[in-house]
Design a protein around this ligand. Sequence first.
Ligand code: HEM
Length: 196
Amino acid sequence: MAGTDTNTTAIEWAMTELIRNKGAMNKLREELKKLPLDECVVSRLPYLNAIVKETLRLHPPGPLMLPHRASETCKVMNFTVPKGAKILVNVWAIKRDPTVWEDDPTSFKPERFIGSKVDFRGHDFEFLPFGAGRRMCPGVPLATRQISLILAAIVRNFDWCLPDGKDPAELDMNEKFGFTLQKELPLLLVPNRCSL
Ligand code: HEM
């Protein structure tokens, strides 16, 4: 899977959600104001981290993780998984499951991660953007730092808007299913230098 498509997809979805959610964008800009931006600082910013998590929840770049193979026959709930079966875990569906994510699971609400212990380190099975166990993504530290730092830099240094005064509510949110879950129509934004 590795780190180019996955990171850029996450940043594109994060910006898409922020353009549609002005409140979240403003809150993030408040948090970023007057701070020197480096990788140590960004890893300690609660709202930025919540935005990264919420983006990876709603738009996991690896929606089915990577294929695994059952090394032994086993039972999962009422299903028998035979030895040798190829297993795809639909983390996209798990992360939108209303029995797990009770507060409006299809909406972008970074606040759900504020004060929450749910993390992407592979221990919270309702939230597995990087998988879990022995074959979990080894790129987590790099990916999370890169996404946070790039997102913080572009939000802090520019005001972003849609071209031709387009209404953010009309933004196309369709996903293009593939190895990574990209936006079907690439996000096109206009930057204006800002004075934060
Ligand atoms: C947002 C960014 C990323 C996401 C969402 C992501 C997600 C994933 C997922 C879901 C898997 C499969 C885990 C499993 O099936 O159990 C995986 C595997 C992997 N990822 Fe990432 N990844 C990201 C960034 C990166 C980066 C930056 C690197 C390297 C610099 C990387 C390197 C790898 C490698 C080598 C594997 C295969 C591990 C194995 O099979 O043992 N990933 N990633």
